[in-house]
Design a protein around this ligand. Structure first.
Ligand code: NAP
Length: 327
């Protein structure tokens, strides 16, 4: 298969990690780096052996050697940047959350369809083999009685907020905040494992910037509830759990999941679930999955995979819209 020409937007740690994953996969060739600052673009070009460094967005978009652009800028910029990428007939891999509203989600994905290119949301955990193994296990449960999913991690950038600054990840202007940054991982997990909820009830605590620092969402299903806890101003150490009548599945994490146990509901005897050690670069799985689909988007299996990712992403954004409007 021909390797995909890769371009990147953003020069923070996550872009470094994605470039490394893309190079490790051997399915991409790094063609262009865009930064608002030429010195940063040049540094990336040298470090990762990119063909061209750009600080001019139009020139970057017009580089015909770039087939796919990885967009890892602050959340509120994803829509306009990904739209420009798609308008230039290139595929787009957009960091989570792909956009900040369901309306924009629909506009972006319809444009991609019209242009015959692929747009995907980089929800990395759903591509991790351990997450997939747990998904299969949950699908085999006799009945679900509920779940509590947690992803709360103190962000070092909250120190900046406490010092009176407004970094994008904590700024409403940039669609920052806990639900968009970490809550989305728990929403993805809940919807992958249990489907679309019948109702959503969400609560949050607002920090000085006006963004949500932490929140709770209750997803109501016909016979059970799933509670999501997420936050960027606290660190949670409790595991996540999925309940069925006869057993409880205990998970050490929602992303980068490495340890799982099945606990018998009556005897409390526990049994370790065999999982792999997380990959050194956990973005490798999504990098490979996206490249496979983008190399041949019309092939049946690839088309089905893309449709499934988009269906899930749509439902996630629908729930996120409800969380954002209530919280
Ligand atoms: N999948 C994951 O595990 C994961 C992990 C972390 C973050 N993310 C996602 O990645 C995205 C970036 O997050 P981050 O925390 O890395 O953000 P960030 O550090 O605030 O910004 C990322 C990059 O965007 C560019 N940028 C910053 N402010 C900008 C502005 N005002 N206008 C235009 N460009 C700007 C900068 O690149 P230049 O200065 O070079 O232009 C910067 O390196 C978010 O969507 C986040 O959700 C995903």
């Amino acid at each position: 298969m021909t390797k995909l020409g890769l371009g990147t937007i953003g020069t923070s740690g996550i872009t470094e990690q994605f470039i490394e994953a893309a190079q490790l996969s051997d399915m991409y060739v790094y063609q262009g780096v865009y930064s608002r600052h030429m010195d940063k673009a040049d540094e990336f070009k040298k470090r990762y052996n990119a063909a061209t460094a750009y600080d001019d967005f139009d020139a970057f978009l017009n580089d015909s050697t770039i087939d796919v652009v990885y967009v890892a800028s602050p959340n509120s910029l994803h829509f306009s940047q990904a739209k420009a990428v798609i308008e230039h007939n290139k595929h787009a891999i957009v960091e989570k959350p792909m956009v900040a509203s369901l309306e924009k989600w629909t506009e972006l994905t319809e444009l991609a369809k019209e242009k015959g290119v692929v747009v995907v949301e980089a929800a990395r955990h759903i591509f991790e083999p351990n997450f997939i193994k747990i998904t299969d296990m949950i699908k085999g449960f006799e009945g679900i009685s509920g779940a509590t999913l947690t992803y709360s991690k103190y962000s070092s950038r909250y120190d900046n907020v406490l010092a009176g600054e407004e970094p994008p990840i904590f700024s409403p202007k940039f669609a920052g905040g806990a639900a968009n940054d970490l809550g989305i991982y728990t929403v993805y997990a809940a919807l992958r494992w249990f489907g679309k909820p019948e109702a959503v009830h969400a609560f949050s605590h607002t920090i000085s910037t006006g963004a949500d620092g932490l929140g709770t969402a209750i997803l109501r299903y016909e016979n059970f509830d799933v509670t999501l806890h997420y936050g960027k101003i606290v660190t949670a150490t409790v595991p996540s759990e999925v309940y069925s009548l006869d057993q409880t599945l205990v998970l050490d994490a929602i992303t980068g999941l490495e340890k799982a146990e099945l606990v018998d509901a009556k005897t409390r005897e526990s049994q370790t679930v065999e999982l792999d050690k997380s990959a050194d670069n956990p973005l490798i799985w999504e990098a490979k999955a996206f490249a496979k689909v983008m190399q041949d988007p019309n092939e049946k299996e690839n088309k089905e995979a893309l449709n499934e990712w988009l269906r899930l992403s749509y439902n996630v954004h629908q729930v996120l819209d409800q969380i954002r409007s209530q919280a």
